[in-house]
Design a protein around this ligand. Structure first.
Ligand code: PGA
Length: 258
């Protein structure tokens, strides 16, 4: 069985105080290896380096929330894959719906980001998902495929080897509403099957997560969908007791499935 992955996305939140009050206790709380969980915490660029020091010799993995498509040069304000690699960041979220919306990131640009992340041997966490108007299975399928296809076109048959896809219906993000469990299962299965059909990769090298209003009250039932490989948590990851609860629930459900 694939290990479950929990991704926490702090978005535009954080401070040195929060690193000490939230990240540090999380890193000290559990032996994630024993729980058979992988925990990735995606932070704003400025906190990556101090965070890496805090989690040194712990099982928590620090990830970035974005990357530029250029490795270096005259691109003011950007952060390159060279820089992430230099400080040993291993995971990078790309194509989050907030980047697609507020920064007009296209599927083609996101494919380029995916490519540079893979080229440097880091693991991309690709976010995909539909808006509320498109929430019937046929439309979702079309939209998710349109978000996946440019990556396969650019990178070929092994594009998604060692990659994570976070399926996040846009309307569920930050809204407190999640789709039905059937909806989540069907969509995640559809995404995984589609990618595997078009790729020449081992099934285990692709993880498909669910994200969008995951919290301590709904994570148990989401994790009972055995075909999904974990969850991506936004706002609930900013509160220590809520997030620790999420971690223990996921690990308990994981144990039942083993
Ligand atoms: P949320 O965010 O858990 O606050 O809905 C999830 C995300 O945007 O990745």
């Amino acid at each position: 069985m694939q290990e479950k992955i929990i991704i926490a996305n702090w978005k535009l939140n954080g401070s040195m105080t929060l690193l000490h009050n939230l990240l540090k206790p999380i890193a000290n709380f559990v032996n994630l290896n024993e729980l058979h969980l992988k925990l990735i915490i995606a932070l704003p660029f400025i906190y990556l380096y101090p965070a890496l020091n805090i989690v040194m010799n712990k099982n928590v993995i620090i990830g970035a929330q974005d990357v530029d498509i250029h490795s270096y040069g005259a691109f003011t304000g950007e952060t390159s894959i060279n820089m992430l690699n230099d400080i040993h960041v291993q995971y990078v979220i790309i194509g989050h719906s907030e980047r697609r919306l507020y920064h007009r990131e296209s599927n083609d640009l996101i494919a380029k980001k995916f490519k540079i992340v893979k080229k440097f041997g880091l693991t991309p966490i690709l976010c995909i998902g539909e808006s509320e108007n498109d929430s019937n299975l046929l439309k979702i399928e079309k939209i998710c495929q349109s978000q996946i296809n440019p990556i396969i076109d650019l990178l070929g048959k092994k594009a998604f080897n060692n990659s994570i896809i976070a399926y996040e219906p846009i309307w569920a993000i930050g809204s407190g509403r999640i789709p039905s469990l059937n909806y989540i299962k069907n969509t995640c299965d559809l995404i995984k099957n589609y990618v595997l059909k078009r790729q020449n990769i081992d099934e285990k090298s692709l993880s498909v997560q669910y994200g969008g209003s995951v919290d301590e009250n709904n994570v148990r039932e989401i994790c009972q969908i055995s075909s999904i490989n974990g969850v991506l948590v936004g706002s609930a990851s900013l509160f220590l007791s809520r997030f620790l609860k999420i971690l223990s629930i996921v690990s308990m459900e994981n144990e039942k499935l083993r």
